[in-house]
Design a protein around this ligand. Structure first.
Ligand code: ATP
Length: 228
């Protein structure tokens, strides 16, 4: 079963083409790195398949079904850092999210453990470091036990230790069998965590394949040319 398939997905903003005739194919269990420099169309692509940005043309399928609110229900996504209540603890913030999503509170302890915040769960959100905030965002996206987790530049702004923590968490989530889509401008990040990748440049997919291909000379040259 394919998890996500886009069919000539295209987005124009006025005369600017942000995403051009994109044909992505992501299979179950992959950790898929959508790799490209800033402005290459990663966020626009994710916005379209998540139903928050209207495509100009083309379409997409989740789980071999035409993209719809129903098909997107099995997806957990963080496109931008969600807002949490600064004066509430991580647990209480997740209780609020659980209520909005209509999921039981039972999952809260499990997701906090997954993102390694169990021992800080009663601390107020405002005392959290940027890395901890990002991990809480991942916990929040996992609350509904989605089949697919989408992360847009999850290590942006983090220090080296915070980056390693997020990478380890992504790998441990992948181990549970979830499909992960990770947008990143960092080749090294994609190489460390992804099983598959696609390279976007100026809205076009230059290459898509297994992570082993990335070491191929052709791909290296293309990535180098994008100045990531
Ligand atoms: P970044 O990591 O900087 O967000 P990206 O690869 O995610 O980059 P997009 O944000 O998808 O790229 O942007 C792709 C192109 O579309 C860019 O040229 C951007 O300026 C343009 N763009 C994105 N959103 C809009 C918008 N709402 N209106 C006009 N142009 C936009």
């Amino acid at each position: 079963m394919s998890i996500l398939k886009t069919n000539n997905l295209t987005k124009h903003y006025g005369s600017r083409t942000a995403v051009k005739a994109l044909n992505l194919k992501i299979e179950a269990g992959q950790v898929f790195g959508l790799l490209g420099p800033n402005g290459s169309g990663k966020t626009t692509t994710l916005g379209m398949v998540l139903g928050v940005t209207n495509p100009s043309s083309g379409d997409y399928e989740w789980f071999d079904q035409p993209g719809s609110a129903e098909s997107r229900r099995k997806i957990g996504a963080i496109l931008e850092t969600p807002s949490f209540y600064p004066y509430l603890s991580a647990v209480d913030n997740l209780k609020a999210v659980a209520q909005i999503k209509g999921v039981p509170n039972d999952a809260i302890d499990k997701v906090l453990k997954t993102v390694e915040l169990a021992d800080r769960k009663h601390d107020k959100f405002q005392t959290y470091s940027l890395g901890m905030k990002q991990r809480l965002a991942i916990a929040s996206a996992l609350l509904s036990d989605p089949e697919v987790l989408i992360l847009d530049e999850p290590t942006n702004g983090l220090d080296p230790a915070g980056i390693v923590e997020i990478r380890d968490i992504i790998l441990s989530i992948a181990d549970t069998g979830k499909t992960i889509i990770l947008a990143s401008h960092l080749l090294s990040e994609v190489q460390k965590v992804c099983s598959h990748f696609g390279i976007l440049k100026e809205g076009q997919l230059l290459h898509q394949g297994s992570i082993h291909d990335i070491e191929g000379e052709k791909v290296t040259i293309e990535v180098g040319a994008t100045d990531m």
